[in-house]
Write a protein that binds this ligand. Structure first.
Ligand code: GDP
Ligand code: IMO
Ligand code: MG
Length: 427
């Protein structure tokens, strides 16, 4: 197996954690390349369920090197809590590495995230309030603090003082909120630094050394294509590049090293937070209720109920294009077993015009009316199927229909949350 990028193709929560954990044994290293603890990736191993926010999903395998790349933002407190959880469960974090160039999420980032959202009022993004946007904002403004800054008290205090010169007036004058002092933050963060010191490294060099030795890397995306800062449904997006291109900038390896791009696609669609969603079904409708409850669509990070809707083929096709997908892992097919018939969106109508790709203008996307095709359901439990041939013909046809829309093969089909509830076709 060469190296591969794994990305979300919708609005997140497609089952990236499950698939990443499943295929990680094929790789020597798993690296996260963007995002922070806004992510919530679920791994189910027998009776035990883990919700990972910062740590790559390769952590379950002791021989696998897990890297938090330079494109990530890191909340040191949350990272240490995760490390403690794994160590407490007998899962070693000795092979965990954190890039010295990853940016640090600071207490004022979280406060500002909440304050910005409040200021937006009814136009809010519905962020996770984990400080992600403000942290990336400081990165782009070239005033952010990085993991390497934690390792030198003098540098940390000096840089922090200069950031607070900008942040405090904002907190005080615009939002009427309490300000921060250098001592207050340094006391807390330098404590984390001592514990994190052994994990911090020059990760770009480490990854390139692995590749030179002929080792393989799995790049684990967080969030998803439609939450990408450039290719997503702006402004209702996150603040990083979640699409496949982010894997190279967010880790420091060259593009020639990527062999496959695996898109994780839910057999229907969900979204957390604000913004347009053409195929959304209200929770109060029978279909919306079934998708939410059968799919247990509640956020891993914030516990919010996810908005649910029918599979959107326009989005699938768009995601295949902007990520250059070579393969799809179709997840949660079992959730659709409840329906007599299943709708799939194949196009949008916008002001009398038909679209088979996402309209570039955001107001056009916001008023897109889905054009559906209705496919027969299968109405039998498929959670025990382990070979593609075991699936009822209607389920196989559903998979083929999606392959046609996305113009990409479905190489993996997931029929339940557990590792073994999976059909490997061509991975
Ligand atoms: P991620 O953020 O993309 O890793 O996805 P989440 O972990 O936030 O959400 C996916 C949810 O679906 C988790 O609760 C998984 O355990 C669960 N899940 C993953 N694949 C399947 C599947 O094929 N069937 C069912 N029923 N649940 C699944
Ligand atoms: P995983 O990796 C689903 C959403 C938030 C909000 C928007 C911006 O588990 O798929 P942010 O806090 O990032 O500034 O919020 O993005 N969002 C996610 N939705 N899954 C995620 O991660 C998400 N991470 C952020 O709900 O709409
Ligand atoms: Mg998630």
């Amino acid at each position: 197996m060469g190296s591969a990028v794994l990305v979300g193709t919708q609005w997140g929560d497609e089952g990236k954690g499950k698939i990443c954990d499943l295929i990680a044994p094929d790789f020597d290293c798993v690296v996260r390349f963007q995002g922070g603890n806004n992510a919530g990736h679920t791994i189910v191993v027998g009776e035990r369920k883990y919700g990972l926010h910062q740590v790559p999903s390769g952590i379950m395998y002791p021989d696998c090197i897990s890297v938090i790349g330079n494109g990530c933002v890191v909340n040191p407190k949350v990272l240490l809590e995760e490390i403690d959880m794994f160590e407490g469960d007998g899962i070693s974090t000795a092979n965990l590495k954190v890039s010295g160039n990853a940016h640090v999420i600071m207490p004022y980032h979280m406060v500002l995230d909440g304050a910005y959202e409040e200021l937006l009022g009814s136009h809010n993004i519905g962020t996770t309030k984990r400080g992600i946007g403000p942290c990336y904002q400081d990165k782009m403004a070239r005033i952010g603090l990085r993991m390497q800054d934690l390792l030198d008290e003098g540098v940390f205090r000096d840089k922090l003082g200069r950031v607070l010169d900008r942040v405090n007036p904002q907190l005080e004058k615009i939002f009427g909120l309490p300000t921060f002092t250098v001592d207050q933050i340094a006391d807390e963060y330098l404590g984390y630094a001592e514990r994190l010191r052994p994990y911090i490294c020059e990760s770009g060099l480490l990854l390139n050394d692995l590749l030179e030795q002929g080792k393989s890397i799995l790049f684990e995306g967080a969030q998803a294509t439609l939450l990408d800062i450039d290719h997503g449904t702006y402004p209702f997006v996150t603040s990083s590049n979640c699409t496949a291109g982010g894997a190279v900038t967010g880790s420091g390896v060259g593009m020639k090293n990527i062999d496959r791009v695996l898109g994780i696609m839910k057999a229907y669609i969900t979204r957390v937070g604000s913004g347009p969603m053409p195929t959304e079904l209200a929770y109060e409708t029978e279909e919306g209720h079934i998708l939410t409850e059968q799919g247990f669509e509640y956020g891993v990070t914030t516990g919010r109920r996810r908005r649910c809707g029918w599979f959107d083929g326009v989005i699938a096709n768009y995601s295949a294009r902007v990520n250059g997908l070579t393969d799809i892992a179709l997840t949660k097919l079992d959730v659709l077993s409840a329906f007599d018939t299943i709708k799939v969106c194949v196009a949008y109508d916008v002001d009398g015009e038909r679209y088979t790709t996402i309209p570039e203008h955001e107001s056009r996307f916001a008023s897109a009316v889905p054009v559906y095709e209705e496919l027969p359901g299968w109405k039998v439990d498929i959670t025990g199927c382990r070979r593609f041939e075991d699936l009822p013909v209607e389920a196989r046809d559903y998979v083929s229909f999606i392959e046609d829309l996305a113009k990409t093969r479905v190489s993996i089909v997931a029929v339940g949350p557990d590792r073994d509830q999976t059909i490997m076709r061509s991975w």
